[in-house]
Design a binder for this molecule. Structure first.
Ligand code: RIB
Ligand code: CA
Length: 312
């Protein structure tokens, strides 16, 4: 059967790395390219981390293109405390063979969307939406050819992870998120809440993945900083894996427990709720729902998908 085609846009930190390894090992899909965006770490470091992840995944090797290296308007604020200075747990991971492919990730994304049949390519965004916003502004008619844009982004129906209201990817570049949300393109946000509670990887899940082989060991060890942070927060090793949750929701819809369509707006103020995705659950606005919000996964179906795609 023909493989379904995807493009992955990433600010490759350690949870992106696990998600990318999962996608590379899901034989139902073909990743046509990676576009790099700044977020967890600088775009240059995110590219290095993506190349490392492709090498460690040991499957096929899609091209990695640099995208926009700064948010549209706001200052860059990296997530070093969560993912480490290199974004991959500071355990010395570097690519040994692969390099970035010359060319601009936004232009290459548009080229692929023009060349592939309409409604056949899904874009999965794991970082701030800067590249997607620029693509929409540059070639709105071409972007309409996309099958769907699935985003790890927003607090879903819960609370934020960088402020009480905002999730990191949107908070880092709210103006870009506003452009994407208001574009009218088919969209799903997988909220931060989808990777919490029973969807957290437990100490047993972590041990199963890490002891399963080189790929599993890589996927866990690069999350060393997040695991240490969670040990302090929760008293035991556990992993809230936002990008793997988003990847699972996009590639394995059987993992989804709750996903509903709401009218959403992005707060581009500079106040306490900057970067919040306001979800009009009770339709106060009376406006047409424009974004699907996946706020909950089926924990065991989701974890089984991770185990299957990481060969654990
Ligand atoms: O809020 C979590 C998101 O921000 C994840 O995609 C993580 O990798 C960072 O990009
Ligand atoms: Ca990410």
């Amino acid at each position: 059967m023909d493989k379904k085609k995807i493009i992955i846009d990433t600010d490759c930190g350690s949870d992106d790395a696990m998600a990318i390894a999962m996608a590379l090992n899901d034989e139902s899909y073909e990743i046509l390219m990676f576009s790099i965006v700044a977020g967890n770490v600088s775009a240059k470091q995110a590219a290095i981390n993506t190349l490392t992840t492709i090498e460690k995944s040991g499957t096929y090797e899609p091209p990695v293109y640099m995208g926009v290296e700064l948010p549209l308007v706001r200052e860059m604020i990296f997530a070093h405390e969560t993912h480490g200075n290199d974004g991959m747990g500071d355990i010395g991971l570097v690519p040994h063979r692969l390099t970035v492919t010359p060319g601009n990730g936004v232009l290459k994304m548009l080229e692929i969307l023009e060349a592939e049949p309409e409604n056949s390519v899904e874009v999965i965004a794991l970082g701030p939406l800067t590249n997607l916003a620029v693509a929409i502004r540059l070639a709105p008619e071409t972007m309409k050819r996309v099958k769907r844009i699935s985003v790890m982004g927003s607090a879903g129906l819960g609370t934020g992870n960088v402020t009480p209201a905002s999730e990191f990817n949107i908070w880092q570049d709210p103006e870009s998120a506003k452009i994407v949300v208001e574009s009218g393109l088919p969209m799903m946000f997988v909220g931060w809440d989808a990777c919490l509670d029973e969807a957290m990887l437990s100490a047993a899940d972590i041990e199963r993945i890490r002891n399963s082989g080189e790929l599993g060991k890589f996927a866990i060890d690069c999350n060393k900083c997040l695991m240490e942070m969670n040990c302090d927060r929760f008293g035991e090793p556990c992993l809230d894996m936002a990008d793997p949750a988003a990847m699972a929701a996009a590639l394995c819809p059987e993992c989804i427990e709750k996903c509903d369509k709401y009218y959403c707006e992005v707060d581009i103020s500079f106040g306490i709720s900057a970067g919040a995705v306001l979800v009009d659950v009770y339709q106060f606005s009376g406006k047409e729902p424009n974004v699907w919000i996946c706020s909950k996964l089926k924990p065991q179906v989701y974890k089984d998908y991770i185990f299957r795609t990481l060969h654990a």
